[in-house]
Design a protein around this ligand. Structure first.
Ligand code: NAP
Ligand code: COA
Length: 265
């Protein structure tokens, strides 16, 4: 997709993106690289990160560093941020996209299943925000983008764990924006509706349900990875300079009708 933004709108910026090895955050990494940023991508699987970093660097002629780290491990995150700062000399942009999800009725979900999703999504987001604040943003300012969802705008059956986790993510976005705004740090979020070209949607939306769900969305369709990446470029760039504490819903209007992103299942 051809970008509507100036090619160099992120030139000179350095980004650290969790979940950047796949899906939506791989798309955000691609878009940041294409607009001039240097990018480190983090996830648990080194092999996939290596392949993604090479693919994106070849595609954009940008610099992409793959660093393995589990967002549940503060020490591992600190080491990954050190690697990013050592390679690129600074850090300006952080995207928290790492997440885990699956469909499970609350009555059948194990205690550890609930805890695991909160640990990855909510605590992982806090861990990365905190470590990047300590290591770079506190001194130099920057932008943190937390990837949320619309599950908790209303109620989403089979998603008690992920809904609770993303509600906490939105709360972290608001609190940190309030606390850190004076240091030149903007903290924002993006809440995608269902994004059609992701593995998550192919796994979470049962066959035969997609068409019905799309009919229930005012714009009549699921979103694309590129559309979420565009929102991220806007928020990360100077175009978003007055936006903080807000989580931008990008869902084709699905929430307007009162259903969370999987609500029509
Ligand atoms: P995805 O491709 O499965 O991305 C999730 C990423 O998180 C993977 O790259 C995974 O890499 C990483 N990850 C998972 N657990 C991790 C951990 N403990 N530590 C570090 N990295 C970890 O999913 P996606 O669909 O693109 O979703 C991306 C974001 O958008 C998520 O925050 C999701 O909740 C949100 N979202 C997606 C949709 C959608 O329609 N797809 C809708 C609303 C919101 P490893 O496995 O290598 O660790
Ligand atoms: N249904 C119900 N429970 C599940 C489950 C499922 N599909 N998948 C995992 N769990 C439970 C496990 O049973 C385990 O609980 P237990 O110890 O009581 O049995 C708990 O969750 C942790 O599972 P485990 O596989 O050890 O955790 P993990 O840290 O390796 O994996 C997940 C995290 C479970 C979230 C895994 O799905 C994942 O890594 N996902 C990343 C990709 C993804 O989910 N993308 C979508 C983003 S929206």
């Amino acid at each position: 997709m051809k970008s509507v933004f100036r090619d160099d709108c992120l030139a000179g910026r350095v980004a650290f993106i969790t979940g950047g090895g796949s899906g939506i955050c791989k798309g955000i990494a691609r878009a940041f690289l294409a607009h001039g940023a240097k990018v480190a991508i983090a996830g648990r699987k080194q092999e996939r990160l290596d392949a993604t970093a090479k693919e994106l660097a070849d595609e954009t002629s940008g610099e992409c560093l793959p660093v393995a780290a589990d967002v549940r491990e503060p020490k591992a995150i600190e080491a990954a941020l050190d690697a990013c700062i050592e390679r690129f000399g600074k850090l300006d942009l952080v995207v928290n996209g790492a997440a885990g999800n699956f469909l499970a009725p609350a009555a059948q979900l194990s205690y550890n299943g609930f805890r695991t999703v909160l640990e990855i999504d909510s605590m992982g987001t806090y861990n990365v925000c905190r470590a990047s604040f300590d290591k770079a943003l506190q001194a130099g300012g920057g932008v943190i983008i937390n990837i949320s969802a619309t599950l908790h705008h209303g109620a989403t059956p089979l998603q008690t764990h992920a809904s609770a986790a993303k509600a906490a993510v939105d709360s972290i976005t608001r609190s940190l924006a309030a606390e850190w705004g004076g240091l030149g740090i903007r903290v924002v979020g993006i809440a995608p509706g269902p994004i059609g070209d992701t593995e998550g949607v192919s796994r979470l939306v049962p066959a035969g349900v997609r068409e019905k769900m799309e009919k229930g969305i005012p714009l009549g369709r699921f979103g694309t990875i590129d559309e979420i990446a565009n929102v991220a470029v806007f928020l990360a760039s100077d175009a978003g300079s007055l936006v903080t504490g807000e989580t931008v819903i990008a869902d084709g209007g699905q929430c307007l009708l009162g259903s969370g992103s999987m609500g029509l299942m």
